[in-house]
Every structure is written in structure tokens, then in C-alpha cells.
Design a protein. Structure first.
Length: 389
């Protein structure tokens, strides 16, 4: 889109039409502010973008996205823009010829250790095989102190090396702490109060978020190519923070993925929505989208995820040296007037969608002088010993 002059003045220029940018724009427009959103991809939705593939199956271009949150505020906010489908996500891991539940639960341990423990017996058993650690600093510490070395090696070590190109001992505890351990037979991937999928898909929800007379959307455009043509008061930036500052202190590491999408001429491909491959193959997991969306279709569509260093930035890499480098950028961001940084890439945090929505709503509250807090605390590594119920 060509913008001919600065004839129109916007309250906010938002860089990125993912969860961070779209939430900010939607909320501010509804508070009477004018917003121009500039997105360099040809579509809205950021990494949550979904579309109907050639076979007519709804798929997620950038890998499986399942909405889950404990925040009523975030759920209520998004519910203005979508209806929901109840969906509790389940994942199996392929280990030694078995397909076992992940997060580790009673069935996982009984299958992999050839036992027939009852529910009340698992906690004591895991305590007997776990390796106590004086402090929990790394992802290795988290897992071996909860389930011992054998399950760590079978289910976490090689998966993590594939996913991050790093050993769990080189990653912050918070990474593995995302996955609980359950002492019962609960095989749901998430424990949150709200576990849903947008009924008509994420892109449809984003269309509703951005459909407002006070929002102007410019796609397929890097904001740097149009910034001089736009008049605005504040800039809201949701791209990679190091890129904003021309990598002044060096590049921040982000992990990327290569996605291999396939359409399969059969109704069902695999026995679970996602199957993880901790120890085999170069890919980490295969997702079959129809489980997530509930779509009925004679064909099915799947995606393989191959982790890699080069490519679009998808994951900040949580480890001490990166946190230190990010702190330098954060200090710079803090003293950059009229520019606000939100989202997974701009604040270098391994955030889920709901945390990004909360962060964007928090910024709206701050800029409009409300004292309300929306922020969602990430699961702490210290409190992760186990989720029992
Ligand atoms: P993004 O979605 O990355 O959006 C930022 C946007 O800014 C991008 O579209 C980008 O093109 C644009 N941009 C960047 N620079 C510029 C520029 N210079 N000019 C213009 N535009 C620019 N979360 C969950 O809650 N549940 C899940 O199941 C889940 N699964 C995931 C699976 C995978 C494989 C991945 C990678 C992530 C997953 N997430 C999940 C996390 C989720 O994707 C993020 O929390 C969320 O999408 C982050 O939104 P964002 O707006 O911060 O960033
Ligand atoms: N993980 C693992 N084995 C698994 C699942 C997860 O080792 O079967 C570890 C791995 O380090 C992964 C992290 O736990 O990166 C977080 O997993 P999650 O499923 O939350 O990752 P995401 O969906 O964000 O890629």
C-alpha cells in the first residue's frame, strides 16, 4: 500500500500484526485511539496464522497453536472477537517402541519402567529414583530432580538437544519447567482453567480484532520502509528487539524451525493430535491439525517441525548469557522515548499467546493511565516440583 503523505496523523504506529500488535491495536481503537498497523508478512496473525490448505484442511502455517490460559481477563478480551471450541490438548511421545503420555504421568512410568503402580504410589516411586539437586538452575536440574536420570534421558535430553541445539544443562530451568509431572492418569498437556481453540480459526479472530474504523492495516511492508511517510505519536514495536537497534550489542540468539506441511489422502494419520519424537528423526514432533480444529474432512494434514538456527526467529533462547545481552537492549529500550516494546521477540521472553495478550493489555492500561494489572506470571522453576491433581 502506498501512503502518499502525512495527511493523516495516527495516535499509534504498531509494528507487527501478531498477538502483541493486534491486541494493542484492537484495545486502543476501542478506546478511541487511531492506530496504523504495519506487518511485513503478507498476512495477519503473526505465528498464530492459520489458513485452509490446498486440500481444504485448516492448518497452522507456523506450527500447532493451542490457546490456554488461567487469566479470565485475557479470555474475556479475546472472546469479543471469537467463539470458542472446547479442546484439551494431548500429546504422546514415541519412546522405545511405545507411545506414552507426555507430561509424564502414571501410565508413562508404568509403561517405560514395566511397573503396575497405583495412583498413590507414583510420588514415592519417583522420589526413590530422582536425583536431589541442591539448587534448580538448569532444565537438567528440573527433570532429574523430579523423575530421575532414566526418564530424563528417554524423554527430555535428546528432544531438548534437537529443539534448542543445546543440552538441558545449558538452558534455564524455566524451559523444562513448562512441562509438569502428574502423579495420576491425567494426560492433558496443559493444566489451565481455559483450554480452547477459536471456533473459526485464529486468522478469523484476528480479522475481527483488526476490523475497526480507527485501525489502518498495511501488509507486506517493513515499517522502516514507510515510517517517514507516517505521522504518529508513539511507536509500538513487536519485532525482534536487537533488530530495532541494528544489533548494536550483537545479535540475540533466536531459535528457528523449518515446517514441512503434508496433505495425506486418508481420514486420520496418527493416534494423537501431536506425537513427539524425543530420540528418533531430525524433527521433534508431528501435528495432525484436524484434532485441534475438530474439522471433519476425508483427507488430513500434518506438519513436521525441524529445529534450526537460521530462518524466522520463533523462540528466544532462555539462558543466562542471552538474558544478560537482552538486559543491554532492554536498558536501551527503556530510554527510547515514545517507543514501547511488546511481545515474544521484542521483550525476549518465551511467552505463550495469553501472556503476550496480557502484556499488550498491560501496556494499553499504562498508556491510558489505568492502574489495572493484566500480567500473567510465567510458571516458576522453583515451584514446579510436581502437579499432583
Ligand atoms: P509474532 O507472532 O512473532 O508477531 C510479530 C509480528 O511482527 C510478525 O508477524 C512479524 O512479521 C512482524 N514484524 C517483525 N518485524 C517487523 C518489521 N520490521 N516490520 C513489520 N512487521 C514486522 N503459544 C501458545 O499459547 N500455545 C501454543 O500452543 C503455542 N504453540 C507454538 C508453537 C510454535 C511452533 C511457536 C513458534 C510458538 C508457539 N506459541 C504458542 C507461542 C506463540 O506463537 C507466541 O506467544 C505469539 O504468537 C507471539 O505473538 P507476538 O505478537 O509477540 O509475535
Ligand atoms: N520437552 C522435551 N520433551 C518433550 C516435550 C518437551 O524435552 O517431549 C522440553 C523441550 O526442551 C521443550 C520444552 O520441554 O523445548 C518445552 O516444551 P513445549 O512443548 O512447551 O515447547 P513448545 O510447544 O513451546 O515448542
Amino acid at each position: 500500500m502506498q501512503l502518499s503523505s502525512k495527511s493523516r496523523h495516527f495516535d499509534y504506529l504498531v509494528v507487527g500484526a501478531g498477538f502483541a500488535g493486534a491486541t494493542f491495536a484492537a484495545q486502543m481503537a476501542r478506546l478511541g485511539k487511531s492506530v496504523v498497523v504495519v506487518e511485513r508478512r503478507s498476512h495477519i496473525g503473526g505465528n498464530a496464522y492459520d489458513y485452509y490448505d490446498g486440500a481444504g484442511v485448516l492448518v497452522h502455517r507456523y506450527g500447532p497453536h493451542i490457546f490456554h490460559t488461567n487469566s479470565e481477563d485475557v479470555f474475556d478480551f479475546l472472546s469479543q472477537f471469537t467463539e470458542w471450541r472446547d479442546y484439551e490438548h494431548r500429546v504422546l511421545a514415541s519412546v522405545g517402541g511405545h507411545l506414552v503420555p507426555i507430561p509424564i504421568n502414571l501410565d508413562t512410568v508404568n509403561t517405560l519402567h514395566g511397573l503396575s503402580l497405583a495412583e498413590g504410589e507414583l510420588e514415592g516411586y519417583l522420589a526413590s529414583i530422582s536425583e536431589p539437586r541442591p539448587s534448580i538452575r538448569t532444565s537438567e536440574d528440573v527433570i532429574v530432580s523430579r523423575v530421575g536420570r532414566d526418564l530424563y534421558e528417554k524423554m527430555f535430553q535428546t528432544y531438548t538437544r534437537k529443539q534448542w541445539g543445546l543440552d538441558p544443562s545449558q538452558l534455564d530451568a524455566s524451559v523444562a519447567a513448562r512441562i509438569p509431572v502428574r502423579f495420576n492418569r491425567d494426560d492433558r498437556y496443559f493444566s489451565d482453567a481455559y483450554q480452547k481453540m477459536p471456533l473459526h480459526g485464529y486468522t478469523h479472530m484476528f480479522e475481527n480484532m483488526l476490523d475497526h474504523p480507527l485501525i489502518t492495516l498495511i501488509l507486506s511492508t517493513d515499517y522502516r520502509d514507510v515510517i517517514r511517510e507516517l505521522a504518529y505519536a508513539d511507536l509500538i514495536y513487536s519485532g525482534p528487539v536487537d533488530e530495532y537497534f541494528n544489533c548494536r550489542y550483537g545479535k540475540l540468539p533466536y531459535r528457528s524451525l523449518r515446517f514441512k506441511h503434508e496433505s495425506v489422502a486418508q481420514e486420520q494419520f496418527q493416534s494423537a493430535p501431536v506425537i513427539n519424537y524425543p530420540n528418533e528423526h531430525n524433527y521433534t514432533r508431528i501435528t495432525e491439525f484436524k484434532y485441534l480444529t475438530g474439522q471433519i474432512h476425508p483427507k488430513t494434514s500434518i506438519v513436521y517441525e525441524y529445529p534450526c538456527d537460521d530462518g524466522d526467529p520463533y523462540y528466544p533462547v532462555p539462558r543466562t548469557e542471552n538474558a544478560l545481552l537482552y538486559k543491554q537492549y532492554e536498558a536501551l529500550a527503556d530510554v527510547t522515548p515514545q517507543v514501547h516494546f511488546i511481545g515474544r521477540l521484542a521483550t525476549y521472553r518465551y511467552y505463550n499467546m495469553d501472556q503476550v495478550v496480557a502484556q499488550a493489555l498491560q501496556l494499553c492500561a499504562k498508556l491510558t493511565g489505568q492502574s489495572r494489572s493484566y500480567l500473567i506470571r510465567p510458571r516458576s522453576a522453583a515451584g514446579v516440583a510436581a502437579v499432583a491433581g
